[in-house]
Design a protein around this ligand. Structure first.
Ligand SMILES: [Zn+2]
Ligand SMILES: [Zn+2]
Length: 753
């Protein structure tokens, strides 16, 4: 598949429909833990989704702040901005005073680097940047952020004692996060100074950042980008240093009292948490940090789109403007980014979907796709591909209902934690819900009769239609939909079978992803704080997964990584990141162990001692949602489908009307051999018909005339206008059948030499 694509954080916002776990990953671990305790009586107070990864901001809870009373006008807001700085200086001095006193004591400290080297420093004097510069001038210059004993730390913030220090540059995820987050402060300042906007939140996202602000009725237009850019240029030139101050809740509330959004955020912070403010130039924001040392490190940036949003993503709340941007420490990186975005635009699955008559959406059912015949061919080919693997790997297909009484969702836990993402309704005065996941149905299936240890593992697979109630404004092509199908399966097994099942899963996963030509990385996510269940089970399961991953690493010569404490609260999992041809990352496949769901459904099997035991459930998916996978593959292949997956495989082009019957007979031959084949018998020139077929991305074009008819041959061409020459029909059929059956990514037809 050529060279490995350059890795970059995914360039777009999309949906984690791939999560086949019964608990949506968009809930944080803390939410999970808290909710487990709170129980269903408080279900209506469900937490804010907190997925930084899918582009949504981290929040503290729904609520509708009152709308600011002052108009969006920088002149009107100036006294508020001035007040903030005046107060900040006071708090900053106080913070500095405490630090200066500690610094004066001149206490030596030991700083341990990741390689074990120990550096000397002085308490409240030495900064991570000093240490970085001591290692190399270049590292000092490039260092963006640090971690001190695992905690995020400003690169310019003095160390407070003996510690373990890690330093990150822009090339790392931590570095990018801080860099983009810091640039969001610069954008925030520009929005205030240019438009007098009331800022809400400005988080980094997968690639870049945004700032949401309230501007009354005003909407930003493209010409406003220039104003913002000019202001940002100025801020960067001013080399504004980021300063940090610690304040009390009352002080923070007082400082931001003119901005009801910030007030709501402050009020949502847990009691007793440290509240920090950051200033750069005339701008001051409530923020946990960390940040870059000063604004001059931003060497290149771009304001991207500006769109409508709502406070806390709720249409009933204040309408906001969202301004997206991206920044880089090097102009070349911006250039590369712009190129990649342009390439991505050309490959946009929505555009290709329309052009190739694959699928469309209609307001009669937003977020639920209409797949046309061509699109359905792709859809079915992918499903058939997975089905063939199920056959090889001993899965059984099952069929379960689409709607379930809410009693089932109570048992599964969805009623408490997931209801707002479900379509639910009343039938005969009882509440019902459409399934957002297959797991609960499969548990019912399992519990239908008694199982012996000898029967396990049972691998239930279902291409069930799932529905999730996504906010209409968040819907996006095939990547964020309401209706989808996953290659979802649940393995009910004994604990001693975890290793073999996960090994088989990885092997199946590899076969499928190698066939699709997608690169991938594996990571093990271990038990989070507040995990549920027996620690011994966790230890054994994590050991089994580690063993499997090590074996995989040995075979594939590819390192896996560890995400400590990042597992679901119900079991450890292997996270799989997939990269497409543009180097964008996606999460589609997943394999998660679950010790909790079997308990909720009181599942058991009879062991060899004739006692009841609880099985483990392995939630696993490879494609994830087929809808989303079709979006990824459309863009990955840029609409040039490999033959086996192509909805338009062969076009027969007769040179003249005299060859039409021959063309139709060839069509029949290939149709019988299960090819998607068409014959263009319109009264147009051969050249025009060939060109059209190539633009429609037919893999092969077979041109026939009276001469070919006599000899039983065809003239073979590819969509890229490679000429293979005149060949006997039987030979072409044999070649193309081989290419299709091998699911080859590249055409194997020998070219004319
Ligand atoms: Zn910040
Ligand atoms: Zn599941």
């Amino acid at each position: 598949m050529g060279e490995k694509p350059e890795k970059s954080p995914g360039a777009r916002v999309d949906q984690s429909t791939m999560s086949s776990g019964w608990w949506d990953e968009r809930f944080s671990k803390e939410d999970a833990k808290a909710l487990q305790k709170v129980g269903k009586e408080n279900a209506s107070k469900a937490p804010t989704p907190t997925a930084g990864k899918d582009g949504k901001a981290r929040g503290t809870g729904w609520g509708s702040a009152s709308v600011p009373t002052q108009p969006a006008d920088p002149k009107v807001k100036q006294p508020y901005y001035d007040k903030r700085i005046e107060l900040f200086e006071k708090y900053f001095e106080r913070t500095q005073f405490d630090a200066a006193q500690a610094a004066a004591e001149n206490v030596p400290i030991k700083i341990t680097l990741p390689d074990g080297a120990v550096k000397e420093g002085v308490r409240y004097v030495t900064t991570p940047k000093d240490i970085a510069t001591g290692i190399s001038k270049r590292l000092g210059k490039e260092a963006v952020v640090a971690k001190v004993d695992g905690k995020d730390w400003d690169i310019f913030r003095p160390l407070e004692g003996d510690c373990a220090l890690q330093i990150f540059n822009f090339d790392t995820d931590a570095g990018k996060y801080t860099y983009w987050h810091s640039t969001a402060h610069v954008l925030g300042q520009a929005l205030e100074l240019e438009f007098g906007a009331d800022l809400t939140i400005g988080p980094p996202i997968e690639e870049g950042f945004y700032y949401d602000c309230f501007m009354g009725d005003k909407t930003l237009a493209d010409e406003d980008k220039e104003k913002l850019s000019k202001r940002i240029d100025k801020i960067v030139k001013e080399k504004q240093a980021f300063q940090r101050a610690i304040v009390t809740r009352e002080e923070a509330l007082h400082m931001f009292q003119e901005n009801p959004f910030k007030v709501e955020v402050i009020e949502g912070l847990p009691q007793g948490s440290t509240i920090t403010l950051y200033r750069n130039g005339p701008f001051c924001d409530l923020c946990r940090g960390p940040h870059v040392p000063d604004t001059s490190v931003i060497k290149a940036y771009q304001i991207n789109q500006m769109s409508r949003a709502f406070w806390r993503a709720d249409v009933n709340n204040a309408p906001l403007m969202r301004v997206y941007g991206v920044s880089f420490p090097d102009k070349k990186l911006l250039k590369k980014y712009v190129h990649r975005i342009e390439e991505a635009k050309k490959r946009d699955h929505r555009a290709i979907g329309t052009k190739q008559d694959l699928f469309f959406f209609n307001p009669v059912s937003p977020g639920s796709c209409f797949f046309q015949p061509y699109g359905t061919r792709v859809y079915n080919t992918l499903i058939d591909f997975v089905k063939s693997k199920y056959w090889d790997y001993g899965y059984e297909e099952v069929t379960t209902p689409n709607i379930f009484h809410f009693n089932l969702w109570e048992t599964s836990g969805h009623a408490g934690h997931y209801k707002q993402n479900m379509f639910h309704f009343h039938v005969e005065k009882e509440e019902w819900g459409m399934k957002p996941m297959n797991c609960p149905g499969h548990c019912v299936l399992y519990s239908h009769r008694v199982h012996s240890f000898k029967e396990l593992p049972l691998r239930y697979a279902e291409f069930g239609v799932l529905h999730r109630n996504e906010y209409s404004g968040a819907l996006h092509g095939l990547t964020r939909v309401r209706r989808f199908v996953q290659d979802d399966a649940h393995i009910f097994c004994r604990k001693d079978q975890i290793e073999q099942e996960v090994t088989a899963y990885l092997s199946m996963f590899k076969e499928i992803y190698d066939t699709l030509g997608l690169e991938y990385d594996l990571a093990l996510s271990t038990r989070p704080e507040g995990f549920l269940g027996d620690i011994k089970d966790w230890d054994e399961a994590e050991a089994a997964l580690t063993k499997v991953l090590n074996m995989w690493e040995g075979q594939e010569q590819k390192k896996w990584t560890l995400n400590p404490e990042d597992g679901a609260f119900y079991g450890p999992k292997i996270d799989i990141t997939v990269y497409d041809a543009l180097g964008r990352s996606f999460q589609c496949a997943t394999v998660q162990l679950d010790f909790q769901l079997p308990l909720r459904f009181k599942l058991s099997y009879v062991n060899d001692q004739n006692e009841k035991e609880v099985p483990v459930i392995v939630h696993r998916a490879i494609m994830g949602s087929f809808e989303r996978m079709i979006a990824i593959l459309t863009e990955h292949f840029a609409g040039k489908w490999p033959l086996w997956l192509s909805p338009k495989q062969i076009m027969i082009v007769p040179i003249s009307g005299a060859a039409n019957d021959y063309a139709l007979s060839i069509k029949k031959t290939f149709h019988s051999a299960r090819f998607f084949v068409e014959a263009d018998v319109r009264d147009l020139t051969m050249q025009k018909k060939v060109r059209e077929a190539q633009l429609s991305q037919f893999n092969y074009i077979l041109v026939v005339g009276e001469k070919e008819m006599e000899k039983g041959t065809v003239n073979v061409r590819t969509r890229n206008n490679k000429v293979c020459g005149e060949k006997p029909v039987a030979e072409v059929l044999a070649h193309l059948t081989k290419e299709k059956e091998e699911r080859s990514l590249t055409g194997v037809y020998p070219l004319k030499t």
